[in-house]
Design a protein around this ligand. Structure first.
Ligand code: ADP
Ligand code: MG
Length: 253
């Protein structure tokens, strides 16, 4: 299996504070890789360093064989990064925004095709601020695909969304991966990592404390004698909600 991202002994200091404390991991081509950890763990810092948007303190990073120190410009060309929503010019509609970003990336884009992919064709003439939370996230994921990247980076793509919108987004992320794009994402939702990620690095206080497939992490825990204090129900309230409201992609209001 080909490694598309390789991070070695990465550290990041903000003044005297060490936010990332010497982490190493590799991401395989074609996988959905998760950085799972609580707020302040160092997830965004790590992601932004790999994205070339933040300086590291020490360590080495290669992306698709490109050394971050030597060829950051080449790395930028093959990755898709979610832009801050503040970058979405308020006067423009979704079609115009995609055309604008296409121009910035020097790519000819077909806005409707891209909007189809994220199920937003019917919002082609809407402004970003008129979208629901889930639609905003889907649009921002569409913008990561404009330059036809090999890898996309998603920083907490589902934070703040309702369960249905989260599942829509999981399906979308799986669709994107099935077309051959590698996905690296951060989340603090354990269920999300379990459903979505092929492998997860659990990061806490700037250190990776486990790196495995979700299945194996759970099996290891159980093999160590762990038992849940009480037999849990076979479904939870969220399952009820999803069952009642449906989870298929559909317009949100
Ligand atoms: P996460 O994304 O996992 O929530 P971050 O990478 O954003 O974590 O932050 C890791 C730690 O570094 C936190 O303690 C945060 O307060 C700190 N931090 C992040 N960015 C800065 C910054 N620009 N200056 C100083 N400290 C920062
Ligand atoms: Mg973060």
């Amino acid at each position: 299996m080909q490694m598309i991202i390789s991070v070695r002994d990465l550290t990041k200091k903000y003044g005297d504070f060490e936010a990332v404390k010497g982490i190493s991991f590799e991401v395989r081509e074609g996988e959905i890789f998760g950085l799972l950890g609580p707020n302040g763990a160092g997830k965004s810092t790590t992601l932004e360093i790999i994205e070339t948007l933040r300086e590291k303190t020490s360590g080495s990073v290669t992306v698709d064989g490109l050394d971050l120190d030597k060829e950051p410009g080449e790395i930028k060309k093959i990755i898709g990064v979610q832009l801050q929503t503040s970058g979405y010019y308020p006067g423009l509609n979704l079609t115009e925004l995609i055309e604008l970003f296409g121009g910035l990336y020097n790519q000819t884009v077909k806005p409707l095709e891209l909007l189809d992919l994220v199920n937003l064709r019917d919002k082609a003439k809407a402004k970003f601020k008129e979208l629901s939370g889930g639609q905003k996230q889907r649009f921002s994921i569409a913008t990561t695909l404009i330059n036809r990247p090999k890898i996309i980076f998603l920083d907490e793509p589902t934070t703040g969304l309702d369960p249905q919108a989260r599942r829509n987004l999981w399906e979308l992320i799986q669709d994107i991966r099935s077309k051959g794009t590698t996905v690296i994402l951060t989340t603090h939702y354990m269920d999300e990592a379990e459903v979505l990620c092929d492998r997860v690095a659990i990061i806490d206080s700037g250190k990776i404390i486990a790196l495995e497939t979700p299945d194996r992490l759970i099996d290891n825990l159980v093999a160590g004698g762990f038992e849940r204090p009480k037999e849990v129900k076979k479904a939870n309230l969220e399952d009820v909600f999803i069952q009642l409201t449906g989870h298929a992609l559909r317009p949100e209001h």
